[in-house]
Design a protein around this ligand. Sequence first.
Ligand SMILES: Nc1nc2c(c(=O)[nH]1)N[C@H]1C(S)=C(S)[C@@H](COP(=O)(O)OP(=O)(O)OC[C@H]3O[C@@H](n4cnc5c(=O)[nH]c(N)nc54)[C@H](O)[C@@H]3O)O[C@H]1N2
Ligand SMILES: Nc1nc2c(c(=O)[nH]1)N[C@H]1C(S)=C(S)[C@@H](COP(=O)(O)OP(=O)(O)OC[C@H]3O[C@@H](n4cnc5c(=O)[nH]c(N)nc54)[C@H](O)[C@@H]3O)O[C@H]1N2
Ligand SMILES: [Mo]
Length: 892
Amino acid sequence: MPIVHIDGVPQTCRDGETLGQAIERSGISLPGTCHDPRVESGGDCRLCSVELEGTLHPIVACRSTVRDGMRVRTDTEALQSFRRGTLALLAQHVSAASVARFPEKSFHRQLAQAGIAPEGDDCPALVDESHPLIRVDLSQCIACYRCVRVCEDLQGQSVWHILGRGDDSHVHWDRGERFADSSCVGCGACTDTCPTGALVDRRRLQDGPATAWTRTTCAYCGVGCELEAGVRDGKLVGTRPVLDAPVSKGHLCVKGRYAWDYGAAADRVTTPLLRQAGNWQAASWDEALGAAATGLADILRRHGPDAVGVLGSARATNEENYWTQKFARLVIGTNNVDCCARVCHTPTAAAMKRMLGTGAATNSFDDIEQARTILIAGANPPENHPVVGARIRQQVRRGAQLVVIDPRRTELAALATVHLAPRPGTDIPLFNALAREIIAQGWHDQPFVAARLDGFDAFRAFVEPFTVERAAATCGVDAAAIRAAARVYATGSPAMSLHGLGLTEHLQGTETVMALVNLALLTGNLGKPGAGVNPRRGQNNVQGAAVMGCDPDNLTGSQPLATARAAFERTWGAQLPATKGLHVLQMMDAAASGRLKALYVIGYDILLTLANTASTRSALGQLELVIVQDPFMTETAREFGHVFLPVATSFEMDGTFMNAERRIQRVRRALAAPAGVRTDLAAISGLSAALAAKRGGGTALPDTTPEAAWNEVRQVWPAAAGISYARLAEGGLQWPCPDEQHPGTTLLHRETFAGRPRATLECIDDVPTPEATSDDYPLLLTSGRNLYQFNAGTMTARTAVRSLRPEDTLDMSPADAAGLGFGAGDKVRVRSRHGEAVLPLRVDPRVQPGQLFASFHSPAQWLNALTSTVRDRITGAPEYKVTAVRVERVAS
Ligand SMILES: Nc1nc2c(c(=O)[nH]1)N[C@H]1C(S)=C(S)[C@@H](COP(=O)(O)OP(=O)(O)OC[C@H]3O[C@@H](n4cnc5c(=O)[nH]c(N)nc54)[C@H](O)[C@@H]3O)O[C@H]1N2
Ligand SMILES: Nc1nc2c(c(=O)[nH]1)N[C@H]1C(S)=C(S)[C@@H](COP(=O)(O)OP(=O)(O)OC[C@H]3O[C@@H](n4cnc5c(=O)[nH]c(N)nc54)[C@H](O)[C@@H]3O)O[C@H]1N2
Ligand SMILES: [Mo]
């Protein structure tokens, strides 16, 4: 390793690092305005210049690579005078008012340190306040171009451009008169990097700078970005990305960066509520827990434990979900416990567990940068997992090939080497045809097949009839494109597959994922870096909620109840219930038929988000007791709740989340919860104690701390035994991690498939969904999400981000809109065989003729009024992705 002498002190350096990095690690902070560690340095400001022994002119540290034996001086008189001169020149571009207003900006700090006064002017004509999140003041731009570089090289959006030349050059957004008309997606990387008052968060103007920052994990999707939550006067006032975060690497998306102030919403529920004579009335915790316990005790006495169902929350921590399933199994005495993983990724977990032995992502996000080919099927990362989407985009720019399988021409589809746009619900014949083509061309990995797979001959015979031509007709895709996709995926090794709900939320969701796993197995894309099968997970902790045991058939660590029962009974010192448990949809069935009487719903808005609202509504209407535990009044609670327990959000508590790559990361309390609010952990324990009191006995869960609950998880789940809070202080760890010396596992199935030497190719036939088009219902509606809203919208809709996409829209192809005579913004009524909804129309060239797309985030549009009762044949996940509909103009 090279050694560099910095001001006479030897410093061991990393190969290839810049001199600037080495100097910074030695503890010396050099001035500079153009450098951002997340992207390559521009080197334009030259402020970090240092003197190198043996050369005449100073060299720019951020642009120079270390060499062994270099001797540099960082603070000579000549350098000081050069820096003062440069700073003074730049100081002519920033105004005193702006420096005073934003003292925390890095260039302003450097001016203050050097004692140089700002000499620039404010120019109101150059201020743009059109965007709800970001304020632009081009009069304060010092032309460091950091915004240009982060937008291009970190986010990949390329909103900021350099206009003009030489001294006249300045930055400008890409299109439109107003910044709000630009292509900005609100990731906030530019305001985060901007060293002056040119780009600032609007909230910063209102609240002032944070005085304390707490490192935690984002509360939205399953990527697991780390952010710092900024607090001032006990109030959350901002977030910023954690630079050395292993997943997000100093980046965040619009939700992590700007959709954080829901906790302060005026309609946050901050006191327990009881339904009395039809209306919610405020109650004390004792009253609310007492009422819930009285109701539960009564139902338990009359109907037994299996008349009660418990739903854990994909938004709550691992510790809270561990506690939730313990509450169901030990306090109530039922295996009726589930969570929303059922409706998104349980099909994936089931398919992968069956074929590979582990129902979780095989590789890590860091494999994206090692992949030569990326296959994205039924997933839309730039909107739903934006930081991963940005990493994929950058890898494609670096030359990786991209195959996208999605009925819509999503942003990545438009960038793809090959885009296959199958009719929704026809992925199985497509995957089988890809497999057939790969085998027919001899592109399968023969050594891998021989060494690690069973069933090849039977599989080859099975896929024989699935010709490319047949798939082309069934799926509505060009045959040549299918051939091209097979070639790209099979010959561009390592090839990494990422998939989402476009595959799982179907009649054959589990089987579709199995057909995808076949492709990875055939091509030897398992057990090696840059490859694998990688489901993008849903919420911040949906992976954790299910793995903790909020699953009727599996205990903590996804250990099957059937085989792990004895071990858990020993550790817990109690008997586990014998009856097979119900999953969330079976709970709805049981409620409808009168077998289920009570439901305890933690952080999950089932009424709004389950498919086919009519059936959810009639099921919930039969229940005698519905206890809802959430920070906000959900639709479920509003219509059917009897007891409401208000709880803390993730900024207000400690614990851990588990991301999509099996990484456990810390969640840390950044501020106090509002008075009257408890943590989920405390609410669950409190309810168990109230119930024990009512029943005069029975198990009660003790009050516990998150760390103590986690240590219990480590005891019952050997693959997490090595993951202690102490180690998590240093950063997240990926399971399996069996002991405290184990580094965690980034890559599964290197030599075996979870201990099994061989995997088997599965022969998957396709079964058409009953949701077919007809003369009455000629269009196929598929549903999903958009960048700016999150699921039930309880959080995003209470933030300024909402204004970027205030309502769900019905997205229609330009051809269909023209044919039907609809224009953008028209209110249209959508009718399915199951119900109707009214949505504003959006003309969207990404959608194919004959198809429609809508998001489901808002109760005002209530999309699930339309969806069917079709479920995945194996796991019961609803078929959100295919509904036959017709559309009509709403008479104005
Ligand atoms: N901004 C934002 N991010 C989110 C969420 C959010 O609500 N908002 N929700 C989170 C949650 S809970 C989840 S589970 C994830 C989901 O993340 P994704 O799986 O990416 O989500 P979706 O948008 O539901 O669907 C993905 C894609 O599937 C396509 N698709 C639809 N039908 C089919 C089909 O039959 N075949 C194929 N191949 N593709 C099809 C759709 O066109 C869509 O582009 O996102 C998480 N992230
Ligand atoms: N048509 C259609 N419908 C769909 C889908 C689709 O693609 N199309 N996708 C489905 C999918 S994949 C999913 S995951 C579901 C999502 O549906 P939900 O799980 O209902 O949606 P979320 O918005 O993620 O949040 C659940 C609740 O958690 C609460 N919450 C947040 N933090 C906490 C906490 O710390 N503790 C507690 N107790 N509560 C908290 C929120 O306020 C919210 O009420 O929607 C499904 N519905
Ligand atoms: Mo989800």
